[in-house]
Ligand binder design. Structure first.
Ligand code: PEP
Length: 249
């Protein structure tokens, strides 16, 4: 059975003590029970150790990693470094990394491999820009992002992957995809997995929606049959909002 997952991408926000305070608030909220099966936070690198140390019933992921195991890559962080502090998930292919750091699908495929080789789960992000949607190219764009960045994996490896559909036009804009738009794309992604792998692999894949998801719209989005949860940016920085979203099933 696929998992209901709510994940918080903190991006480049909060200092370490603010991050620790947020996780301690989340601990309290989670101790009262949440409906999501799994909660994950993705803090910036300097926060990881302290957040990991404090988190109870909350998994801690990283926002990025390099493809190499180690070496002369000043400023980078490797997957083995992350697994050495029990990081469970790594975001791969977030649209901000694609847009601002020129990360293309072939590089992202290597990042996925680096993450999986360390026994971590890759949260692979895909999604179209506004012009791509307006030109009705979104299915092709998402199909290529998945084919080139993910579908080199075998079916067993695919179990270590969660997919996040994040329309770029909805990220940080306050403009959410309608639940029908989200469902349409999620169903398409699931169909692609069934075609490239098996019906079982498709059924077991958790597919999260991301893009201005908040306590007011999460329930409607999560009620869709192929929406298994959310990757939350802005609203994950407020513990009450994040917990409310985690209860929106
Ligand atoms: C994100 O960055 O993954 C995201 C979904 O951001 P926001 O919720 O702020 O749109």
């Amino acid at each position: 059975m696929r998992k209901k997952i709510v994940a918080g991408n903190w991006k480049m926000n909060l200092n370490v003590s603010e991050g620790v305070a947020l996780v301690e608030e989340l601990n309290v909220g989670i101790s009262e029970g949440v409906k999501a099966d799994e909660l994950i936070v993705f803090p910036p690198f300097p926060h990881l150790y302290a957040v990991k140390d404090r988190a109870i019933k909350l998994q801690v992921g990283a926002q990025n990693c390099h493809t190499a195991l180690n070496g002369a890559y000043t400023g980078e962080v490797s997957a083995p470094m992350l697994s050495s502090i029990q990081i469970s998930h790594v975001l791969v292919g977030h649209s901000e990394r694609r847009a601002y750091f020129n990360e293309l699908n072939d590089l992202l495929a290597k990042k996925v491999d680096a993450v999986l080789d360390e026994g971590m789960t890759a949260v692979y992000c895909c999604g179209e820009t506004l012009p791509e949607r307006e030109e009705n190219r979104h299915f092709n764009v998402i199909g290529a992002q998945l084919a080139e960045g993910l579908f080199h994996l075998n079916e067993n490896q695919l179990k270590q992957v969660v997919i996040a559909y994040e329309p770029v036009w909805a990220i940080g804009t306050g403009k959410t995809a309608s639940s029908a738009q989200a469902q349409e794309v999620h169903a398409y992604i699931r169909k692609l997995i069934a075609t490239n792998y098996t019906a079982d692999a498709a059924e077991n894949m958790s597919i999260l929606y991301g893009g201005s998801c908040n306590p007011a719209n999460a329930q409607e989005l999560f009620s869709q049959p192929d929406v298994d949860g959310g990757l939350i940016g802005g609203a994950s920085l407020k513990s009450a909002d994040f917990i409310q979203i985690a209860n929106s099933y």
